[in-house]
Design a protein around this ligand. Sequence first.
Ligand SMILES: NC(=O)c1ccc[n+]([C@@H]2O[C@H](COP(=O)([O-])OP(=O)(O)OC[C@H]3O[C@@H](n4cnc5c(N)ncnc54)[C@H](OP(=O)(O)O)[C@@H]3O)[C@@H](O)[C@H]2O)c1
Length: 266
Amino acid sequence: MMRVRAFGETGIELPVVGLGTWQVFDLPPGEEHVAADVIEAAFGGGVRVVDSSPMYGRAEGVLGRALEGRREEAFVATKIWTGTGDQARRQLDAQLRFYGGHVELEQIHNLAAWREHLPWLEAEREAGRVGLLGATHYSASAFDELEEVMRTGRIQAVQVPLNPLERECERRILPLAEELGLGVVVMRPLGEGDLLPGPGPRELEPLGGATWAQALLAWALSDPRVHVVIPATSSPAHARENAAAAALAPLSDDDRRLVERLAGRR
Ligand SMILES: NC(=O)c1ccc[n+]([C@@H]2O[C@H](COP(=O)([O-])OP(=O)(O)OC[C@H]3O[C@@H](n4cnc5c(N)ncnc54)[C@H](OP(=O)(O)O)[C@@H]3O)[C@@H](O)[C@H]2O)c1
C-alpha cells in the first residue's frame, strides 16, 4: 500500500504520489494506449491522484478513457482554464462526461477569472458534481494573488511548483496553506524534466538505493506541508519508479541538503 497523507483539513486521505498529464497525455487517437499503460503502471504502484486541464490539448479525454474500469479508484484533479463563464461551463460539462459525472478537485488554472468562477463552482460543489475547489499558479510572480484567493476561505486546495531549484512557495504559500488547512499539490517536482537525468547511484548511496527521480520526489514530500506530488510521465517504467518513491523513508535534514547540492550542480 502506498503511503497516504491527510489532504489538509479536507477529511480526505490521499496517496502521496500522483500523476501529472501535461504534454505526456496529449496523444493522438492512435497512441492513446500509451496513457492506458502509464495509468496501469501508476495505479499498480498505488497512485490515485491524477491531474489534468483543458489547457493540455487532448489530455483530459485521453485520461478519462485510460481510467475506464478504474474510475472509482481515482481522485481526479482537473482545472477550469478560461476567462468567460460560457466556456468554463462547457469545460466542466466535458469533464463530467470524461470522468463519470464527478470531479474530485476542480482547480482554477493560473487564477484565470477566479472571482467570476468561484460562485458557480461553489454551486456545482453544492450540487455534488464537484468535490473540492482549488487554485493553481506556476509562477511565483502570482503568489500575492494566490494568497488572496486562499484567504477568501472558499478553496480547499492549492497547486504550486516545488523542487530544489524552485522553492518560492516555501516562504508564504506553504505556511498559509498549513494555517488555513488547505491541501497542497506539488507540480513540477522534477523541474519539468530539467533536473533529469541526475547523479548516478554512487552519489545517491546515502539515500539507500533511491534513483534521482525518487530522491527529488522524496525531497518535496519531506516537507510535511506538502500532501501530493504529481510527476508527469509517458513511461510505464518511470510511473512505477515514481510510485515507489512513496515507500522511501522520510529524508533527514542531511539527505535534503545532499539533494539540494546535487540539484544545484546542474
Ligand atoms: N497548474 C499549472 O500551471 C501547471 C503547470 C505545470 C504543470 N502542472 C501539472 O503538474 C504536472 C507535473 O509537472 P510537469 O509535467 O511540468 O513536470 P515534472 O513532473 O516535474 O517533469 C516531467 C518530466 O519528467 C520526466 N520524468 C518523469 N518521471 C521520470 C523518471 N522516473 N525518470 C526520468 N524522467 C522522468 C518526464 O519524461 P518521461 O515522459 O520520459 O518520463 C517528463 O519529461 C503536470 O503534468 C501538470 O499535471 C500544472
